[in-house]
Design a protein around this ligand. Structure first.
Ligand code: SF4
Length: 200
């Protein structure tokens, strides 16, 4: 990195100002300006959401062929999901924040998925990955649930069969934005999805 003369001068000026401040030599108006330039106001809620958005840990969980594509995102250095703080996959739903439905949902599997969801602690998020999880896709038959949002609140839908790794990453970035903007989670009442956490 090139260090210009101006940057070095600015650093020296800042160091001298800090030294004068420590001695109490800085006039009040300069001190006030110095503090205003460096203060960052936020709310506890925003700080919480910022931390949550940048540490969305997925549950180790796959359903069908989409899971292979998901593994290539979560487990591969090529895509490096740690850039978004979402690379720490958890084997227990109690430690996970995000459920990625990666594949078709059979009717037999639906209650199991719902149980896993209920075991996750709030706040929790669900991504429906691929055509099958969102609408049963090409397996539109009696054995499958035609859309996981029939029994679970879904936050993000990702189209594709399977979605490319970039699409999944884009979905996770969208989810981060949703968490940062603090969506009203009241709509989950429709699914009776609040306060259902199982306690060990
Ligand atoms: S969307 Fe395509 S890749 Fe994904 S589970 Fe369905 S058939 Fe498999």
């Amino acid at each position: 990195m090139e260090v210009t003369r101006q940057k070095v001068d600015n650093l020296r000026i800042q160091q001298m100002t800090a030294q004068r401040m420590l001695k109490g030599d800085v006039p009040d108006e300069d001190l006030e300006q110095y503090v205003q330039e460096r203060l960052l106001f936020t709310t506890l809620e925003k700080a919480q959401n910022w931390a949550r958005a940048n540490a969305v840990w997925p549950a180790t969980f796959g359903l069908a062929c989409c899971a292979i594509e998901m593994i290539s995102v979560i487990g591969s250095p090529r895509n490096d999901l740690s850039r978004f703080g979402a690379e720490v996959s958890r084997a227990s739903p109690r430690q996970a924040d995000m459920l990625i439905l990666s594949g078709r949902v059979s009717i037999k599997m639906a209650p199991v998925i719902r149980r896993l969801y209920d075991q996750m602690l709030e706040p929790k998020w669900v991504i429906s990955m691929g055509a099958c999880a969102s609408s049963a896709g090409m397996f539109n038959n009696y054995a499958l649930v035609a859309g996981a949002d029939r029994f679970l609140p879904i936050d993000i839908y990702i189209p594709g069969c399977p979605p490319r790794p970039e699409a999944l990453m884009y979905g996770i970035i969208k989810l981060q934005k949703k968490i940062l903007d603090h969506p009203d989670l009241g709509w989950r009442e429709r699914y009776k999805a609040q306060g259902t956490e199982e306690r060990a």
